[in-house]
Design a protein around this ligand. Sequence first.
Ligand code: CP
Ligand code: NVA
Length: 319
Amino acid sequence: MAELNELLNSSLGNSFKGKDFLTLQDYTTEELLYILKVAKSLKLNRLQTVLSGKTLGMIFAKSSTRTRVSFEVGIYQLGGMPLFLNTQDIQLGRGETVADTARVLSRYLDGIMIRTFAQDDVEQLAKWGSIPVINGLTDEYHPCQAMADYLTILERFNKLEGLKIAYIGDGNNVANSLMIGAAKFGLDFSIACPEGFEPPASLVSYAKEVGKDTGSNIEIVREPKDAVKGASAVYTDVWVSMGQEEEMLERKRIFSGYQINNKLMGHANDDAIILHCLPAHKGEEISEEAMEGLQSAVFDQAENRLHVQKAIMALVMRD
Ligand code: CP
Ligand code: NVA
């Protein structure tokens, strides 16, 4: 395993400095694989203070357990410190613009992680700010999650290219980033979702285009059992995402057949793993037995948030 400093100081490692991490589209396959390599190195040796004295502002407009705790612990383990900024407590929540917030925070901080609704707010923050901005989930994307997901798959199967990942349920933020990741890393991606709940058509076209170069096949099907055929990883997420609470009853009806359970896993590869970004609603998108069973890798996956996010911070926030 390469030493962390060697990885950070290579020409590729240096090329990340000062960059934002807003979507996986912004990075090449080589760069994304490099982030996973740095994450593996950091996982082996957690206290490496390459961001000594640096501060990370963490803006949250939505709830979080994993993202908040893994970023806070992550920046601390790298030698820096976090500031938790709930939008209800800062002036952003009272109408101060994203552009002004970005310019002010850039004078104090060395990096910003933001979880919010509109992807455009994250893009604006990055545009107006002069420090790296990391996307900790928007309505459209969850790129840090996808990186943790692919680290988990890589650890289990020792490769990414050529594998198949199946996603069951809502074509949401998590599905979008997962699909782009599959295309970039060369995995086949099959999503089973009800009509009208596919990832946006423009993203599907983008993924298919990228997939032509990497050998990744992207498909949308209706039947979960069709999606999981030949899959090494079977993934799901909640039927009702943050901000969609008013649609809860209707969504529960529409998605009722879209559950990962032992019966569905019988159609996947024998050695397939079960992934879920969490939090889970057991009995809805995943059965209790599937989540607690031997195929479940969901807690390794949650742990890997810490390692990949530390890798991203170490690469983009260094001097
Ligand atoms: N998976 C994920 O982002 O979890 P949190 O909402 O708890 O941060
Ligand atoms: N799709 C979910 C993911 C939570 C981590 C949401 O946006 O609420």
